[in-house]
Write a protein that binds this ligand. Structure first.
Ligand SMILES: [Zn+2]
Length: 238
């Protein structure tokens, strides 16, 4: 694929707003059979803590950038608590912090107004975004022809879906579970993100509480298999 083929259809004439986009201001270029030449997609990659989501997000950003595509990296409540994506294996990348009132469509439009191409978004920690953000992602794909790759947890410490993750499961063109296995202390595959407070598995509390997966943290998270998540057995101390 040449650079030209990968270039965003909307580049020459980005829509001034969602209304314009709906009015056809950003209609995808079509081949002779009437099908869009480039079909943007919303993809959601999910997995428990420690499965390498942020690493994969940065790898995907690198792969696309290498092919001449331009993207933005966004995050929310990264473990560094700063405007960057950091990974447990030492990679980091500056990122745009997503707040409740940030409109992802306006973010892209703003870059276009500055003459900066945006071909795709990498949205890390997407389960901490709002449902409205996920709707904006879908609109970016459908009306702006911008690819959106979201990475995040599926479920919270109570083993219930995060609202944004639920919406991503409902709307995404493609959903993929990240295949790097995280093991429970017993050796079974870990899937659930237990919140540990005072040495016990918490069963209630706020949906988002910042902690880490290191043993010394006051509030920490530990990935457990379903059996040990349900029994609350954290295993022998490491
Ligand atoms: Zn287990």
């Amino acid at each position: 694929m040449t650079d030209d083929a990968a270039a965003p259809i909307c580049l020459a004439r980005p829509p001034a707003g969602p209304g314009d986009a709906r009015a056809g201001g950003c209609a995808a270029a079509r081949g002779v059979d009437g099908r869009p030449l480039h079909a943007a997609a919303l993809k959601f990659f999910w997995g428990p803590m420690d499965c390498g989501k942020s690493t994969m997000a940065l790898q995907m950003n690198y792969n696309h950038a290498r092919q001449g595509r331009r993207g933005l990296v966004t995050t929310r409540i990264d473990r560094s608590l700063g405007p960057q994506v950091t990974t447990r294996i030492g990679l980091s990348h500056t990122a745009i912090e997503v707040t409740d009132d940030l409109d992802l469509r306006a973010l892209v439009r703003g870059r276009w107004d500055e003459g900066v191409r945006v071909d795709y978004l990498i949205c890390d920690e997407a389960s901490f975004y709002t449902v409205a953000h996920v709707e904006q992602m879908a609109e970016l794909v459908d009306s702006y022809d911008v690819d959106v790759y979201a990475f995040g947890l599926a479920t919270d410490f109570r083993s219930c879906l995060f609202p944004a993750a639920q919406r991503l499961f409902e709307l995404a063109d493609e959903v993929a579970r990240i295949q790097v296995e995280v093991l429970c202390w017993c050796g079974r595959e870990g899937l659930l993100n237990a919140r540990v407070v005072d040495g016990r598995v918490a069963r209630e509390g706020a949906q988002v509480v910042i902690g880490d997966t290191v043993d010394t943290a006051e509030v920490r998270y530990q990935v457990l298999c379903r059996r040990h998540y349900r029994s609350g057995d954290l295993g022998p101390r490491r």
